[in-house]
Ligand binder design. Structure first.
Ligand code: 5GP
Length: 181
């Protein structure tokens, strides 16, 4: 029986280095949820998940937040199946966030181009407050200088997959963060 290349990709996951285990992720997501709940006490929080990569993180995070929330998504794409950014960001949404407390939830803050683009776009809607939360912060030189209030983990400059993050739409389902390079 022959295996196609996508099946082979899935089968090679156990050989990839685990950078962050699922129990470490769970623990950190709990802490972030507590911190966010305290900071937004008495307010209703609008969480904006950045598709596709943040869907797992947002789903776990929201269940650790104990204040009223509304959840919505926007779609951002910049990688187009490559491991390095094309530098072009495309956004799709029909959100109305005026006068809302908004927290953008992103999978990874790499160069920061995507988040900068998103924050500038949403700022035009005049939210009451606008902050960002990223599960991972890649430590690279020359990042776009934007403030990301909540960060899960600082990581070195490696290409990571799992916990929602993909390479060419593969690996999103694995429960930990693994290195592909
Ligand atoms: P930035 O605009 O900050 O350079 O890149 C942000 C987006 O690029 C992230 O939302 C994510 O989709 C993608 N990205 C950046 N680094 C990685 C990585 O190591 N792995 C994966 N799977 N995606 C990444």
């Amino acid at each position: 029986m022959s295996t196609d290349s996508s099946t082979e990709k899935q089968m090679d996951i156990p050989t990839k280095e685990v950078l962050i285990s699922s129990s470490d992720i769970n623990q950190r997501v709990q802490q972030l949820g507590r911190e966010i709940s305290e900071d937004y006490q008495g307010r209703e929080l609008h969480l904006v998940g950045v598709l596709n990569g943040a869907f797992v993180f947002l789903a776990d995070l929201v269940r650790q937040i104990d204040i009223p929330c509304q959840i919505c998504f926007l779609q951002a794409s910049s990688y187009k199946n490559q491991k390095v950014s094309t530098g072009e960001v495309t956004l799709m949404h029909n959100l109305d966030l005026s006068r809302k407390d908004v927290l953008v939830v992103e999978d990874i803050f790499d160069t920061g181009l995507t988040l900068k683009y998103i924050m500038e776009d949403l700022e035009q809607q005049k939210p009451k407050s606008l902050e960002a939360c990223a599960l991972l912060n890649k430590q690279i030189p020359d990042k776009v200088p934007i403030a990301v209030k909540y960060i899960g983990f600082n990581i070195e400059d490696r290409f990571v997959v799992g916990y929602g993050l993909d390479f060419a739409e593969h690996y999103r389902e694995i429960p930990h963060i693994a290195c592909l390079d």
